[in-house]
Write a protein that binds this ligand. Structure first.
Ligand code: ADP
Length: 631
C-alpha cells in the first residue's frame, strides 16, 4: 500500500436502500462512527495543553533552583533549557498527532452529511423544490458542510482545551500569588461581558450572512440557466444590477462581522494590557517584599502569556460554534422535511428498521424492469389533486385507465392539468384524494425506487448534461450490467426510434460533447435526445409531456410512428396538441374542467365539438409553426 493510500480515510460504504425515513440527526449522532477518534484527539490535545500550561512552572523551578541558585553553572543552565525544549517538543508532537487523528475523520462526517442531504433532496417531492430556491440548497451542501467539518476537527477540540487551559492556568496563578491571581481573575468578567455582546451580535449577523449567501447562489444559478432569456430580452444589465445589490448586501454583512470581530479583539486586548500593567506593578512589589520569588513572578507572566490567547480565542471559538450551529440548524431544517419515501441508509449512521432488510425490496414491488418486457396498466380511480397552497383543485374525481401497451394521447386546453396528471404517475406529486394504481398496486404504497425504475419521462423542456451524446442517452441505463456493444446497440436503437439522425452529422457522432443543457443543439434536437434517453431505459411506462413541440410535423409523425412500432411492450401516455400526433395514438383522452370529458379514437372524438374545436385551433397553430427551422 502506498503512503498516500495508507493515509487516506476509507470512503464510506455505498448507500443502501432502506425502508423508513431516518430521523433528522444531530451533530453528535453524525459523529457516532468517529466519536472514539474524536475523544482520543481531544485527550491528546488536552495532554498537550496541560504540558504547555505547566511549562511556566518548570520555568519557575529552573529560575529559582538552577539558574538562580547559589552555584549556577553553564551545565545547569543547559539542563534547564533542554528540559523546556523537550516539553515544547512533546507538546508539538501531540498537537500533530491530534491533527492526524481528527482531520480525516471530520472529513468523513462531512461527506456522510453531504451524502444524506443529497439523498434527501433527490427523494423530496417536486413540491419541496417548488418551495426551496436552489441556491439555498447549494450553500447547505457546500459551505455549511465545510463549516461543520472545521468545527469538528478544530473548533470543538480547541474549545475544550481552551476551557481546560484557563482552569489549570488560574490554579497555577493563585498558587503562585493569590493577589496576582485575583487581579487576573477580576479582568475576566469584563472580558466575558465583551464576549457576551459579541455573541449576541454575531448570532444575528451569521444567520443573515448565510441566508444572503444562499440567495446570491440562487441568483447566479438562475442567471446561468436563464442566460438566453435574459440576453434575448435585453435584461443582462438588470440581472447584473440585481446581482450587484445582493452582493453589496452580503458584503455589508461580512464587513459588519469583521468589524464586530475586530472591535471585540481591541477591547479584549486593552483589558489584557491593563491587567498585565497592574500585575507587573503589584508583582515587583511582592518580590521586593520577599512574598514571591523571581521564578514565581516569571511563571505568572509566562502563564498569563499562555492563558491570554485562550481567553481571546474564546471569542473566535464562540463565533465558530455559532456558524456551525446555524449550519447544523439549516441542515436539520431540510432533513426534517417529510419525504414520505423509502430512503438510503448511510452505514454507521442509520439503523435499519427491524424486519426490513436494507436493500431488500418490499413485498409489494413491481416486477423488475427487463428489456421491453410486459407493459404496465395505469389506473386513476376517483383521483383528486390540488397543488400545495392552491385553493382550486386541478382535478376532482378523475377516473382513467390506460391499458398495458397502449399509446394514450392526453388532449385539453392549456392549464387543464395534463402535465400534472403525468407527474402524478412517478409520484413527483402525490394525489390528495382517490387512488392511482400501477398494475393494481397503489403507487402510494410502492417504494419509490421500484416505481420509478419502471418509468421514463421526457419533458417539453429537456435538460441535458454536459457530457457526450452517448452518455446523455445512457443516463438512466444500468451500465455496469451491460457490455460496450450492448450499450452501443441501446444508443443506436434509442436514437433511431427518436429520429435523432442529426447525431451522425455532429463532429464526433455519438461522442460529441454537448454543453450544459445542450446549448449547442437546437430545441428540437435537444427534445429528441431527451426522448432517446427515456427510450434507452426500456421502460414499462413512458410519459411524454409535450416532448415533440419543437419538431416539425413530419418529424413528429415519424417519431410517434416509430414509438408505436417499437414500443409495443411499453405503455405510453403523451400530452399532445397536434392532430398528427393524436391520430397515431391508440386512444385519446380529452381533459376538461378537471376531469376526463371523453375518451376514444381520434376519428371518433372528432364528433365532439369541444375536441374538434381544440384540434382545429391546434391545427392552425401547426400550419403556422410547420417550418423546417422548428426542427
Ligand atoms: P397543462 O399541462 O394542461 O397545461 P398543468 O398541469 O401544467 O396544465 O397545470 C394545471 C394547473 O395547475 C394550472 O392552473 C397551473 O397554473 C397549475 N400549476 C401547475 N404547476 C403548478 C405548481 N408547481 N404549483 C402550483 N400550481 C401549479
Amino acid at each position: 500500500m502506498s503512503l498516500i493510500e495508507s493515509k487516506r480515510e476509507p470512503v464510506p460504504a455505498p448507500l443502501q436502500v432502506g425502508s423508513q425515513e431516518p430521523p433528522a440527526l444531530g451533530l453528535w449522532e453524525y459523529m457516532r462512527p468517529i466519536r472514539a477518534r474524536w475523544f482520543l484527539g481531544c485527550a491528546v490535545a488536552v495532554t498537550a495543553t496541560v504540558i504547555g500550561i505547566s511549562i511556566p512552572q518548570v520555568l519557575a523551578w529552573i529560575v529559582d533552583h538552577l539558574v538562580g541558585s547559589e552555584t549556577p553553572t553553564p551545565g545547569r543552565v543547559w539542563a534547564g533549557g533542554a528540559l523546556i525544549t523537550v516539553l515544547g517538543l512533546a507538546q508539538a508532537v501531540l498537537f500533530f498527532v491530534r491533527r492526524m487523528l481528527v482531520v480525516d475523520t471530520a472529513a468523513t462526517v462531512e461527506m456522510t452529511m453531504r451524502m444524506r442531504l443529497y439523498d434527501k433532496l433527490s427523494r423530496m417531492p417536486v413540491s419541496f423544490h417548488d418551495r426551496w430556491p436552489s441556491g439555498q440548497l447549494l450553500t447547505r451542501s457546500t459551505s455549511d458542510m465545510s463549516m461543520i467539518r472545521r468545527w469538528i476537527s478544530f473548533g470543538s477540540i480547541q474549545s475544550v482545551t481552551s476551557a481546560l487551559a484557563i482552569l489549570v492556568g488560574l490554579f497555577y496563578l493563585f498558587r503562585g500569588s493569590w493577589l496576582l491571581g485575583l487581579i487576573y481573575t477580576c479582568s475576566l468578567p469584563p472580558t466575558l461581558l465583551v464576549l457576551w455582546f459579541f455573541i449576541k451580535r454575531m448570532k444575528k449577523l451569521t444567520r443573515r450572512s448565510q441566508q444572503q449567501s444562499g440567495d446570491l447562489a440562487t441568483s447566479v444559478e438562475e442567471s446561468v440557466q436563464g442566460i438566453r432569456v435574459l440576453k434575448a430580452l435585453g435584461q443582462g444589465e438588470n440581472a447584473l444590477d440585481r446581482f450587484t445589490d445582493e452582493s453589496a448586501e452580503l458584503m455589508h454583512t461580512e464587513i459588519d462581522r469583521s468589524k464586530t470581530l475586530g472591535s471585540t479583539f481591541v477591547k479584549t486586548s486593552l483589558l489584557t494590557g491593563a491587567t498585565m500593567a497592574i500585575s507587573l506593578l503589584v508583582g515587583i512589589n511582592e518580590v521586593a517584599n520577599g512574598q514571591m520569588t523571581v521564578g514565581a513572578l516569571t511563571a505568572f507572566f509566562a502563564t498569563t502569556a499562555m492563558l491570554t490567547p485562550h481567553v481571546e480565542r474564546s471569542g473566535m471559538m464562540i463565533s465558530m460554534y455559532l456558524d456551525s450551529k446555524v449550519a447544523m440548524d439549516r441542515h436539520r431544517e431540510i432533513m426534517s422535511e417529510p419525504s414520505g419515501e423509502r430512503v438510503l441508509l448511510v452505514p454507521g449512521v442509520t439503523t435499519p428498521v427491524p424486519g426490513s432488510e436494507a436493500g431488500q425490496p418490499g413485498s409489494d414491488v413491481l416486477p423488475s424492469s427487463q428489456p421491453y418486457q410486459q407493459a404496465a396498466e395505469i389506473r386513476f380511480e376517483h383521483a383528486d389533486f390540488s397543488y400545495e397552497g392552491s385553493p382550486t383543485p386541478v382535478f376532482t374525481d378523475l377516473s382513467l385507465t390506460v391499458a398495458p401497451g397502449e399509446i394514450l394521447a392526453l388532449v385539453g386546453p392549456t392549464g387543464c392539468g395534463k402535465s400534472t396528471l403525468l407527474q402524478l404517475i412517478p409520484r413527483l406529486y402525490s394525489l390528495t384524494g382517490g387512488d392511482l394504481l400501477v398494475d393494481g398496486h397503489s403507487v402510494a404504497d410502492l417504494p419509490l425506487p421500484d416505481l420509478r425504475s419502471q418509468i421514463a419521462v421526457a419533458f417539453e423542456e429537456p435538460i441535458l448534461f454536459s457530457s457526450s451524446v452517448r452518455d446523455n442517452v445512457l443516463v438512466g441505463v444500468d451500465r455496469a450490467s451491460k457490455t460496450e456493444q450492448e450499450l452501443d446497440q441501446i444508443v443506436e436503437d434509442a436514437l433511431r426510434i427518436s429520429a435523432s439522425d442529426f447525431v451522425s452529422d455532429l463532429p464526433d457522432g455519438v461522442h460529441t460533447l454537448i454543453g450544459e443543457e445542450g446549448m449547442s443543439l437546437s430545441g428540437g434536437q435537444r427534445q429528441r435526445l431527451s426522448l432517446a434517453r427515456a427510450i434507452a431505459t426500456r421502460p414499462r411506462i413512458l410519459l411524454l409531456d409535450d416532448p415533440l413541440s419543437a419538431l416539425d410535423v413530419k418529424t413528429e409523425e415519424a417519431v410517434v410512428g416509430m414509438l408505436s412500432e417499437h414500443l409495443n411492450q411499453t405503455t405510453v401516455v403523451i400530452t399532445a396538441h397536434r392532430p398528427s400526433t393524436v391520430a397515431l395514438a391508440d386512444r385519446v383522452a380529452l381533459m376538461q374542467d378537471g376531469a376526463i370529458a371523453a375518451t376514444g379514437r381520434h376519428s371518433e372524438l372528432m364528433s365532439n365539438p369541444d375536441y374538434a374545436r381544440l384540434m382545429s385551433l391546434d391545427a392552425d397553430i401547426v400550419e403556422e409553426g410547420d417550418a423546417p427551422w422548428h426542427a
